[in-house]
Design a protein around this ligand. Structure first.
Ligand code: ZN
Ligand code: FE
Length: 257
């Protein structure tokens, strides 16, 4: 919760959807922006609960658990739909196709301004939305707490570069990822680095939170640099780091614990 001017308090609300998705709702008690509304009903219930008008819809990538509610929400609210230009053919209802490096400034809710970061790997057109002033990162299925998205479309080299780009953001950036995968991710991280006390503590903490039904996200970039094995592929050369990343990603795909 960030108060910038008297009377205008910006909040980011977590809306659980499906089995493990999070839809993120940014609002100032009057106007709202939603990120990756896979489920329209969940989003509409939240708009009613907070008494806010939906102004914009930000989409990170084309998968249905991130886009399923877009058309219904647009029809109901008239919100402007922002989605990656590279996936425009696979996302219905786009008003504004976004590209890497673009800045979006919103007037309602005021004082929200995001920069578009191309982060290919999970899908080829995947983007993240970074609000540097508020310290927020909406990263879809690219970076998760303790893990990263599967490589459905891109290469290991692309995903590694995308994650390095996110890891370079300020440490106190809040990481609003789109899934509650933290416990499974940290079990894998712990198996890889059993002696890393930060990973062990993060796993114990995440398990405790989940056992009482609490969410483990948002995380922070600083925390992810310490515990996320996909950000910790240090090697003598970039090529060697990508090879470590690719091997870990394949291991994680096959990991059950
Ligand atoms: Zn996805
Ligand atoms: Fe997803």
């Amino acid at each position: 919760m960030i108060t910038r001017t008297p009377g205008a308090t910006l909040r980011v609300e977590r809306l659980p959807a499906f089995t493990d998705n999070y839809i993120w709702l940014i609002h100032d008690d009057t106007d709202a922006i939603v990120v990756d509304p896979g489920d329209a009903a969940v989003t509409i219930a939240a708009l009613t609960r907070y008494g806010v008008k939906l102004r914009a819809i930000l989409v990170t990538h084309h998968h249905p658990d991130h886009t399923g509610g877009v058309l219904a929400l647009k029809a109901r609210t008239g919100a402007t739909v922002y989605a990656p230009a590279a996936e425009a053919g696979r996302i219905a209802g786009i008003d504004h196709a976004v590209t890497d490096g673009e800045s979006l400034a919103f007037t309602a809710p005021a004082l929200v301004g995001v920069q578009v970061l191309a982060v290919p790997g999970h899908t080829l057109g995947h983007v993240a939305y970074h609000d540097p002033a508020n310290g927020w990162l909406f990263c879809g299925d690219t970076l998760f707490s303790g893990g990263c998205g599967r490589l459905f479309e891109g290469t290991a080299a692309q995903m590694y570069a995308s994650l390095q780009r996110l890891a370079a953001l300020p440490g106190d950036t809040q990481v609003y990822c789109a899934h509650e995968y933290t416990v499974a991710n940290l079990r894998f991280a712990h198996a890889l680095e059993p002696e890393n006390p930060r990973v062990g503590a993060a796993l114990a903490n995440a398990e405790a939170q989940r056992s009482r039904g609490a969410a483990t996200v948002p995380s922070t970039i600083q925390a992810e640099r310490a515990i996320n094995p996909f950000l910790r592929c240090d090697a003598a050369t970039p090529t060697a780091a990508i090879e470590i990343f690719a091997a870990r990603r394949r291991q994680k795909d096959a990991f059950t614990a």
